[in-house]
Design a binder for this molecule. Structure first.
Ligand SMILES: [Zn+2]
Length: 407
């Protein structure tokens, strides 16, 4: 049975935390100086662990070992959101590295390989899952041509040139090499903390269905237009969203979430009746039937608002992804590993956030292990996990990878 080294694990995580440190978190946006320092540091740590490693043309760091027997892929991402937490991504990468070391040190696994990957730009500073898409072979050069930094507009091509990666070949995952991919990640929610569980076994990564709701009324004077005559697009939007909030709970799943992340009124002035309102609205769930039901209900509500007047209402689909189902066999491996090191303390749950595993799941069996997030906080510098939970999670993770190798 592989045994992790808690001091080596925490030493690596804390070293990574020192690169681009910001308060108690980190600021390591993709291709910043600190991000590249972290990538180069990881490369050296992979080599010290006996992996042959390189950084490819999209910034992904990949370390692998040659072996005749079964192989597993581990890892996550290295960059952070701006001024964000120290564990988002880093935890999964260092868990992978520690599992690779612990399993390599166990003579019972001498014929096996545990490879580690830090997939570039999961946090989307330049695009959407660029590293994952590149690694599974679906990232076109044209997408790299058009990608730009979402904060300062700098093109991805010039960023890659600045960090010396322009022209470097991109690594595409070798078909059939792996029995599967297990990604560890902090939960970023409060399900584990709330239930007292220590290990989350992810069943599926939710789909996001994103819409634009548009309400068209008549822009007019707020003082001289009678209530009877006016066509207030803002009020129609509010009515629609209130109706969603009344009716979605009657048909949603246990963990469905919905959000109107942006509501805009035109012209948006104190004394002008809004002539147009637009709401960006999304819901997330891991179950396709639930997604379809909510989609139908949303359309029905918008149609009612449109029919009842006085404003026109319409709905436009912006994106409808599919839920990524996690592999049953790998979920069982994580659960069995949890039973050994944290009996009765694992919990099956969907992931409400997107992760690299949803892309890797397209080319191999994939699964995810969650560690508890204190207060359910993430994408903020206060993000944290108790050290004993970090260490326990790493041991369960290494055991799960070992079980998967032998499974
Ligand atoms: Zn992440």
């Amino acid at each position: 049975m592989p045994t992790i080294d808690p001091a080596r694990l925490m030493g690596d995580l804390n070293h990574l935390r020192s690169i681009g440190a910001y308060k108690t978190g980190v600021h390591r946006p993709t291709f910043s100086a600190h991000d590249m320092e972290a990538r180069r540091w990881l490369l050296r740590r992979m080599e010290e662990a006996g992996l042959s490693a390189r950084i490819d043309g999209i910034g992904t760091v990949y370390g692998r070992r040659e072996a005749a027997g079964p192989k597993m892929l581990t890892g996550s991402h290295l960059e952070s959101q701006n001024h964000a937490g120290w564990l988002d991504g880093a935890l999964g990468v260092i868990y992978g590295l520690e599992a690779a070391r612990a399993i390599a040190e166990d003579p019972a696994f001498a014929d096996c390989a545990v490879d580690v990957v830090a997939l570039a730009d999961e946090e989307g500073h330049f695009g959407s899952f660029l590293g994952s898409k590149s690694f599974i072979g679906v990232l076109e050069e044209a997408e790299i041509d058009t990608a730009a930094n979402r904060y300062d507009g700098r093109s991805l091509r010039s960023a890659l040139a600045d960090v010396g990666l322009a022209g470097e070949p991109r690594i595409v995952c070798e078909k059939g090499r792996y029995k599967g991919f297990i990604e560890a990640h902090i939960e970023q929610g409060d399900t584990l903390i709330g239930s007292g569980a220590k290990i989350g076994v992810v069943t599926a990564i939710v789909a996001i269905w994103q819409y634009r709701l548009v309400f068209e009324g008549e822009q007019n004077h707020a003082g001289t237009t009678s209530m009877k005559r006016r066509r207030d697009a803002g009020l129609s939007a509010v009515r629609a969203l209130a109706r969603i909030d009344e009716r979605f709970p009657l048909i949603c799943g246990e963990r469905t979430v919905w959000t109107a992340g942006r509501i805009a009124l035109e012209p948006g002035a104190a004394s002008v009746i809004p002539g147009r309102a637009e709401a960006l609205f999304q819901f997330r769930d891991a179950d396709e039937a639930t997604l379809e039901r909510l989609d139908a209900e949303l359309r029905a509500i918008v149609a009612e608002i449109d029919m009842q007047g006085p404003c026109r209402a319409s709905v436009e689909v912006m994106a409808q992804s599919r839920p990524a189902l996690m592999d049953e066999g790998l979920q069982a491996a994580i659960e069995q590993a949890a039973e050994i090191h944290a009996p009765g303390k694992s919990l099956r749950m969907p992931s409400g956030a997107g992760h690299d595993a949803q892309y890797l799941a397209r080319i191999m069996p994939a699964a995810m292990l969650f560690a508890p997030s204190i207060g359910g906080i993430s994408h903020h510098w206060t993000e944290d996990t108790a050290e004993e939970d970090i260490v326990l999670g790493a041991q369960v993770y290494a055991e799960a990878v070992a079980q998967a190798l032998r499974g």
